[in-house]
Design a binder for this molecule. Sequence first.
Ligand code: SF4
Length: 276
Amino acid sequence: MDPPMKSNFHDAVAPGSGWTGDLATSTTPVAPRSGPVEQLAKTSPDLRELSARVSVCRACPRLVRWREDVARTKKKAFSGEQYWGRPAPGFGDEHAGLVIVGLAPAAHGANRTGRVFTGDRTGDFLIAAMHRTGFANQAHSTDADDGLELYGARLLSAVRCAPPKNLPTPQEQRNCAPWLDRELELVAPRVILALGGIGWRASCLALERAGWEVPKPRPKFGHGEQFTVAAGAERIAVVGSYHPSQQNTFTGKLTEEMLDAVLHRCREIVKGERNY
Ligand code: SF4
């Protein structure tokens, strides 16, 4: 295997240049293609190093081009802003009982702000719900400097780079899987809240790769669906929720009450107040 290489970040924020929450430096190893992702993920000793390595990954050529193109061309409303233009690592409590797995960063959301579920309507909807249910200190998530803190929860996405049309290819999902696997291993949550069908499938696959016995046939995704994997005394519950994207929240497919209800359920499981 070739050694990890450093690389030039073109229109994106340079690692270690002072962006709030940037854990990478100019010496953080870069995965230039999919093979090294697995090695770099597996050898990350802790979440800080894992997040640093995620944030400089360049393993998917199409997504690297797209995220940097978006960072250069920008949306009119944000034309005066520097865009992050790099993968969005996980954010929140390092020992979270609840991990929330979304799809991928939004082009003008996390790809702009550098923090997952931050700077777009999807993040607004989710963080407001997390605030109502006691998982966040505030109801808004506008930028990396907004003071957001999560309590007992960690946010991440199955694919860490913004994809065109919000649709990563199956190969890109596979490329990114080792980052997810290692993050789940390091956090060791009691509950995974999977947002949308891709978050659900990615969570099931990650659990299978980690050796958990996911029921067969694999449980179908649906809002409020739930299953548990167990090994000895250890258990992880997987709960499904419709993704809080605008196409679901604007149409009423996902309401505030529905999202609050699954988050309350996750809280009860984490606290041991509900059998699972
Ligand atoms: Fe790397 Fe994942 Fe981004 Fe692909 S999607 S470049 S594997 S961080």
